[in-house]
Write a protein that binds this ligand. Structure first.
Ligand code: SAM
Ligand code: SF4
Length: 392
């Protein structure tokens, strides 16, 4: 009817142009999709090259992205199964000697109410984690290197081991070899120390230029941890100022070169009371930042295959379904926050951190439902060590 009564002669011309345009666009997408499929379907023995990774990192078309995520999920299923492993996360203190430009609990942020959980508070959280079958605990805090703190952590690790068969990941920053060794001997067996960015230029731009924030020292810490026998985890922030797709691909190559066992990475989210919180974002759209985070997970899974990869809280910070999407893009680890309710809001690394008004009991049921809804199950009671490490 529209054509019969309303279309004028020049409108036919417009319609033809529109049709030709849409055909060209359709072919372009499908050719791209074909190229993307060819790249991700490489055989196991011909690993992806750096150029392949850059090509895939630049993909933006929804159909192509879906193909990448699906392929990564297939690899995750093959290497690990349809299982998710938990680490009950206890953020036991926010005192920090460092001043990373991006972090809400940096030393110079005087607006933070500082806390340090007592041994009894920590052990009560650990008992909850164990009783609820979480299998592993993850201890995290601001960075401290004073003898009191080092003794305290050692004691906590020994106490946790007495509770029962529970895996221990720690993420307590840069320490001396002796300290790492003491904590390992006490019973910690996984250590997470993010490199933040493997590109020296970016690392320098997001940290003060002094001895406390030295890139080489951080890389060396990863080497020490490996030498001691930890399962070593690292990771980066995604969407940092001036970070390119190639920088992110270099991060994935860095994981491989350093024989990393576990990856914990997530979007960078600004915190208002930090120097970086005042800067313009590289990628303003939340959706695009989530997408980039998911691409990093998927490409890391496709490239490294048998490592543990966490779907981090920061992903959920940008998208309420971020963690589920992370699992569907190839992640296999979740770190539900089990920090005591009264301290959660004080461990705020970035704006709008999720779950600060929740409690561990409330989160447990909700999370289980979300995980089951995507066809995955929680490996209750399992440590969930990195298969990559177990093969060594
Ligand atoms: N202090 C230890 C360290 O730095 O390794 C462990 C705790 S630190 C808070 C854990 C991680 O939080 C850092 O490695 C960093 O990647 C992440 N983080 C801090 N500020 C962030 C922000 N604004 N956005 C996203 N992640 C952030
Ligand atoms: Fe401290 Fe870690 Fe935050 Fe840096 S990222 S300021 S070391 S808590």
């Amino acid at each position: 009817l529209y054509l019969k009564y309303h279309v004028k002669v020049h409108d036919y011309f417009d319609l033809i142009i529109l049709y030709i345009g849409s055909r060209i666009y359709y072919n372009l997408i499908n050719n791209n999709l074909e190229d993307t499929m060819k790249t991700i379907k490489k055989k196991k023995k011909d690993n992806l090259t750096k150029d392949d990774l850059i090509y895939l990192m630049e993909v933006e078309e929804p159909k192509e992205l879906e193909a990448i995520f699906n392929k990564a999920y297939e690899v995750k299923k093959r290497e690990i199964g349809q299982r998710v492993f938990y680490r009950g996360l206890i953020e036991f203190g926010n005192y920090c000697v460092k001043n990373c430009y991006y972090c809400g609990i940096r030393k110079d942020n005087i607006d933070v109410e500082r806390y340090h959980m007592s041994k009894e508070e920590i052990m009560s959280s650990v008992r909850w984690i164990y009783a609820n079958g979480y299998g592993s605990v993850a201890l995290q805090s601001g960075e401290r290197r004073d003898p009191q703190y080092i003794d305290f952590v050692e004691d906590i690790i020994r106490e946790i081991k007495k509770i029962g068969d529970i895996g221990i990941t720690i993420s307590l920053g840069e320490q001396t070899e002796e300290t790492y060794q003491r904590w390992f001997d006490a019973g910690a067996h996984r250590y997470l120390l993010r490199i933040e960015s493997s590109t020296d230029r970016i690392y320098k731009s997001i940290h003060p230029n002094d001895e406390l924030h030295d890139f080489e020292t951080r890389v060396n810490c990863l080497k020490l941890l490996k030498k001691i026998g930890y399962q070593v985890g690292t990771g980066v922030m995604i969407g940092l100022p001036d970070q390119t797709e190639e920088d992110l691909v270099n991060d994935i190559l860095f994981y491989k070169e350093n024989d990393i066992d576990m990856i914990g990475m997530g979007p960078y989210i600004p915190h208002n009371d930090t120097p970086m919180g005042q800067q313009e974002l590289n990628i303003p759209s939340k959706q695009k930042r989530v997408e980039l985070g998911l691409k990093m997970i998927a490409l890391t899974r496709l490239y490294l295959k048998d490592v543990n990869i966490a779907a981090t809280t920061a992903l959920q910070g940008l998208d309420p379904l971020g963690r589920e999407k992370g699992l569907k893009a190839g992640a296999n680890i979740l770190m539900p926050i089990t920090t005591k309710d009264e301290h959660r809001a004080k461990y705020q690394l970035y704006n709008d951190k999720p779950c600060i008004d929740d409690n561990a009991d409330k989160c447990k049921g909700c999370l289980e439902g979300r995980i089951n809804s995507i066809g995955e199950e929680i490996a209750y009671g399992a440590w969930g060590d990195s298969p990559h490490f177990s093969k060594k």
